[in-house]
Design a protein around this ligand. Structure first.
Ligand SMILES: Cc1cc2nc3c(=O)[nH]c(=O)nc-3n(C[C@H](O)[C@H](O)[C@H](O)COP(=O)(O)O)c2cc1C
Length: 205
């Protein structure tokens, strides 16, 4: 082989090696992209916002997650599409979710042409004025809406998988002080955020 063709060969090999290196670096970079977990809440007097912050704390504890906490009034459908985990929270109004949360959910289909949110994991939380009064119904209504967009849903869990129990979501009673929750309410909210974030990370793999 002549000296010229040998040097061309080496130049070619160098170029291919460089290209492979660039590809490998870009691949490893995309694997490290944080997974978005979006927490959307409606609040009038602050209780649901405080519970949302606890849910966010739980999600934030999971590595590789980027948590956004947003009032429903400022959420866009693009925010939903960019998230791998979506957690909705609402006060209980007459046994159901508050109107602004329902209007937002309805707007997903009415204004935006029903984007399909399959491949995302959802969770829900609620606050209410009494120990009964509909908080669990609010949670189930929020989860049902998410199932109807194609999402999967989950709640907080306790135990090791063999021995334990699961809840449909997190709930808290409004004591009149938006930052006053029981230890169980705080733990449920944090566990909800953590579980949704953990599942979101596995879905993004
Ligand atoms: C219009 C209205 C209806 C309500 N209906 C219920 C209800 O059916 N059940 C209940 O437990 N609490 C009910 N509440 C109490 C709220 O759910 C509770 O105070 C809630 O935690 C307020 O959330 P926020 O502080 O995030 O606005 C109602 C409050 C309002 C303003």
């Amino acid at each position: 082989m002549s000296r010229i063709s040998l040097s061309r060969l080496f130049t070619g090999i160098r170029r291919i090696t460089l290209l492979l290196l660039v590809l490998a670096v870009s691949q490893s970079g995309s694997a490290q992209q944080p997974v978005n977990v979006l927490i959307v809440y409606y609040t009038m007097t602050g209780t649901t916002q405080s519970l949302a912050r606890l849910v966010a704390e739980g999600a934030d504890a999971v590595e590789g997650v980027n948590v956004s906490l947003k009032p429903v009034e400022s959420v866009t459908v693009e925010d939903l599409l960019e998230a791998r985990g979506i957690i909705l929270g609402s006060p209980t109004y007459y046994g159901n979710m508050a109107g602004p949360m329902k209007s937002f959910i309805d707007s997903i289909g009415l204004v935006h042409g029903s984007p399909f949110l399959a491949g995302r994991i959802g969770g829900a939380f609620a606050t209410g004025g009494g120990s009964a009064g509909g908080k669990e119904h609010v949670i189930v209504s929020l989860l049902l809406a998410m199932i109807n967009t194609g999402m999967m849903v989950a709640g907080p869990t306790y135990g090791d998988g063999q021995n334990g129990y699961a809840l449909p979501g997190a709930a808290a009673i409004d004591t009149g002080n938006p930052d006053e929750f029981s230890a169980t309410e705080i733990e449920d909210a944090r566990r909800l955020g953590r579980r949704i974030a953990e599942i979101a990370v596995t879905l993004a793999d």
